[in-house]
Design a binder for this molecule. Structure first.
Ligand code: HEM
Length: 471
């Protein structure tokens, strides 16, 4: 199907494309720019996605995606199949039970710190003017703490200011500008144009801060890191790197910086959007909130803070979170390229299977937005229904990827979100801040559905919420 360049640029999560899926009814479509350019196949079929993401498939990452997150060089996310195993072997040991407990505890601590420092309890209700920024700060603090052992107070900036910029500011600038950094030649960032120079400055500062952390940790030595290693991914990553028996597989400092940057971006951009989305959606669904509140009170009837040991007792809270990610998939699509001529087996609703022959170098996008709104998997896809995730037969979808390159941080994100939600909903009723005469549907369109940003993560832009103290 021919489409305008604008549609392709606006990309697959664009609502017009959802209409295209509805109109054609197929599970694989090809979009071809009107004038010139590469045709791209899109799929909204989980079965097709599994073939693409499987262990021995003929598909790999696309250069544009690899470059986008490789500001400092190859890393776990931005590597092709052959280089990827090295990074996974060294990063993997950090993601274990102990980490998720640490994430839980840090989330509870961050919640108390935030509520106390921002004075939420000064009145019967507290209006937060920018919930997206709040979620972003929460996610950054937790990834900084559990990833890198930087335990921060809510009013502190992450790290010291270098040339007037904090680590979090550098981080925001660098991660928000990845597309500019792919498409513009390097010399552009030296031009006397402030926004471009700022991007270069932010990269350099980020690189020097991360290198500083690496050198400090290396100097601590393995023995001193043991204590820390109980707590953060980064120490485990360094240990795994030093213990790598085959020296050629060990990561050099630049690759370590790249993996550290990647983990901070991946752990921050996705989870923060998801947290903001779930809070916004809960504000529109007081019935869902009440059910979640009852679940929390059944686990902690005395009102104490839930502990990590309680974390499995919140299936409904987790369902609220998963449904919010379905509604606003933090990662909107997974692009891949065929590395050889290959065939996709595309099942239809009538039980038949069509073979689609694909040529080497064909681009394909696993459209997570369209999978999430595919009625074949999720009846009434436009409705926020957390209950569907309590049914074991519900399609698990692909919002955390699949196959060997499935998201390494899924449990990290779930632990953080469940802990934060259990605290917020235990203490507050979440409400929309309506303008005079505005209906809930109008608020929702203005603040959520019609107010989305697609940077590295997809979700609602800035919007306010009221947190009313529970009796
Ligand atoms: C709501 C939260 C999250 C969502 C929706 C999400 C989604 C995804 C998706 C869809 C992929 C696969 C991308 C692809 O194959 O093209 C992925 C990969 C990845 N994610 Fe997440 N993610 C989340 C949280 C996190 C967190 C908290 C971390 C780290 C602390 C993280 C680290 C990674 C990494 C390192 C990869 C690359 C894995 C590899 O290629 O081996 N993610 N994520």
């Amino acid at each position: 199907m021919p489409v305008s360049l604008r549609t392709l640029v606006q990309n697959h999560h664009n609502l017009t494309l959802l209409l295209v899926w509805k109109k054609y009814g197929n599970d694989v479509i090809a979009l071809v720019p009107f004038i010139s350019g590469r045709s791209v196949l899109y799929t909204r079929s989980v079965e097709v996605a599994k073939q693409i993401l499987g262990q021995k498939s003929d598909w790999d990452k696309v250069p544009e995606q690899v470059d986008a997150l490789a500001l400092f060089g190859e890393n776990l996310f931005s590597s092709y199949r052959e280089g990827w195993q090295r990074h996974r072997r060294i990063t993997g040991p950090g993601f274990k039970h102990k980490l998720y407990e640490q994430v839980w505890n840090e989330s509870i601590r961050t919640y108390h710190d935030m509520v106390h420092t921002e004075g939420w309890r000064a009145n019967a209700s507290y209006i937060h003017s920018d919930v997206t920024a709040m979620a972003s700060k929460v996610a950054l603090y937790i990834v900084a703490s559990c990833g890198f052992g930087m335990s921060l107070a809510w009013e502190e900036t992450v790290g010291e200011r270098v040339k007037g910029l904090t680590l979090s500011e550098c981080f925001h600038i660098a991660s928000r500008s990845v597309y500019a950094q792919i498409f513009l030649p390097k010399w552009c960032f030296r031009l006397p144009y402030k926004p471009l120079r700022k991007i270069r400055e932010a990269n350099l500062i980020l690189e020097s801060i991360l290198l500083g952390i690496i050198q400090k940790r290396k100097a601590e030595g393995v023995a001193n890191r043991k204590e820390r290693a109980e707590k953060d991914i980064f120490s485990l990553l360094l240990d795994a790197n030093e213990e790598e028996v085959d020296a050629k597989n060990a990561l050099n400092d630049r690759e370590l910086i790249s993996d550290v940057f990647l983990l901070m971006v991946a752990g921050h951009e996705t989870t923060s959007h998801a947290l903001a989305s779930v809070l916004g959606l809960l504000a529109c669904h007081s019935d869902v909130q009440e059910r979640a509140y009852k679940e929390i009170m059944s686990v902690v009837p005395d009102g104490r803070d839930p502990t990590f040991q309680d974390s499995e007792a919140f299936p409904y809270l987790q369902a609220c979170f998963l449904e919010a990610i379905r509604f606003f998939p933090s990662v909107a699509g997974m692009p891949r390229r065929a590395m050889a001529d290959t065939v996709l087996h595309v099942p239809s609703n009538h039980g038949t299977v069509t073979d689609v022959v694909v040529k080497k170098d064909q681009y394909m996008v696993i459209d997570l937005f369209a999978i999430s709104y595919n009625e074949a998997y999720y009846p009434d896809p436009d409705q926020y229904i957390p209950e569907r995730w309590l049914d074991p037969s519900t399609e698990q979808g692909m919002n955390f990827g699949g196959g060997p390159r499935v998201c390494i941080g899924r449990r990290f994100a779930l632990s953080e979100a469940t802990a934060m939600l259990s605290m917020i909903i235990r203490d507050w009723k979440i409400e929309p801040v309506l303008r005079e005469g505005e209906s809930l549907a109008e608020w929702r369109k203005r603040c959520l559905d019609g107010n989305v940003a697609n940077t590295l993560g997809f979700g609602p832009k800035s919007f306010p919420l009221r947190f009313r103290a529970r009796e």
